[in-house]
Design a protein around this ligand. Structure first.
Ligand SMILES: [Zn+2]
Length: 337
């Protein structure tokens, strides 16, 4: 029995030396220490030995078992260190790296942020509101009653009953005025929806930045000052503005605002259709009926409002002639910004 134990010991020593990977080491562990392994066989042979031999043989068996466990553990450590070294060697730090594909901000987002930054620097705060609105906020409170012919100009996506997709960002102005007493100085950027057939200059969804300034004694000249600063920062210091009389139900008086063409400096070119001017936004003094709708005391405050189409500004700024390019998600187009 004792000779058998010595043979197994030397056999195991040879086996463990020959092992080259973790998998083979595990096989070896099962061969010697597994439930049906060599050690189990030896242990069960112990019971058939004469009583006086049992303690000495038992002791030797225990020592063999510990020897096997120790050797297996050491070999495992050596193998895993070797593995680590091997994988380190596989990395060639002189190889050129693989650049991940970086996206860019969408041109509309870039223009929107630029516009926001200009108005923030002029003291405006940024307010957002719901895109799903009620008729009251989208129309009635803005002096556009149901039977009024001006409602025809505002084709609208209705969802259910008096719930609709807002056709302009102006309903947020009403929400601001309902909650806040003047002075108010805020801009409202966001998406708006109109059931327009899609072509080079129309989309069923586009972006607006609406502005609102209300306090005691706000005048039309304040509006001209703010918009003059905005257009200069957006299109260059030489930009001139021109106000033409217009009509909006929620402002009185109302104006369309043009800027001098930044391509030809007003001389006339293809961009401005040889007019020298480009139409960029609508504005006016807030109609007293709007103040009435939100419950402000009569004749106490005055204010102005303006609305700017973000796509319109982006088309002009980048010299793009088709609004659909913004929404087709063609990366060849988007990567240029
Ligand atoms: Zn021009």
């Amino acid at each position: 029995m004792q000779e058998k134990i010595r043979n197994i010991r030397s056999e195991f020593t040879k086996d463990v030396e020959a092992v080259a990977d973790i998998g083979a080491l595990e096989d070896l562990r099962i061969k010697y220490l597994g439930r049906k392994g060599i050690m189990t066989g030896l242990m069960s042979g112990l019971s058939s030995l004469p009583k006086e031999d049992k303690p000495a043989v038992g002791k030797e068996l225990n020592s063999l078992k510990h020897y096997i466990q120790d050797q297996l553990q050491q070999k495992k450590g050596a193998l895993s260190r070797q593995d680590k070294k091997g994988s380190e060697r596989k990395i060639d730090i002189t190889m050129p790296g693989i650049l991940p594909h970086l996206g860019t901000k969408h041109p509309i987002t870039q223009v929107l942020q630029e516009m926001n930054d200009i108005f923030i620097s002029l003291g405006f705060s940024v307010v957002e509101g719901p895109e799903i609105e009620r008729e009251f906020y989208n129309f009635e409170a803005l002096n556009i009653p149901l039977e009024h012919p001006s409602r025809d100009a505002f084709d609208t996506f209705y969802i259910k009953g008096d719930i609709l997709l807002r056709s302009h960002t102006s309903p947020v102005q009403i929400r601001i005025m309902e909650k806040t007493q003047p002075p108010i100085q805020a801009i409202v950027p966001g998406k708006v929806y109109r059931p327009d057939a899609v072509d080079a200059s129309h989309s069923f969804m586009f972006h607006q930045v609406e502005g609102l300034m209300i306090a005691k004694g706000i005048k039309f000249s304040d509006l001209k000052g703010v918009l003059g600063l905005f257009t200069k920062r957006m299109f260059g210091e030489k930009t001139k503005t021109r106000f033409r009389p217009s009509f909006f139900p929620f402002t009185e008086p109302s104006a369309e605002v043009d800027i001098s063409c930044f391509m030809c400096q007003g001389k006339g070119c293809r961009l401005c259709s040889h007019a020298g001017w480009l139409e960029v936004l609508g504005a006016g003094m807030v109609n007293p009926r709007v103040f009435e709708a939100v419950g402000y005391p009569p004749r106490k405050y005055t204010g102005f409002a303006f609305g700017i189409g973000v796509e319109r500004i982006a088309l002009l700024k980048y010299g793009i002639d088709d609004i659909r390019l913004f929404f087709e998600n063609d990366t060849r187009f988007l990567e240029q910004f």
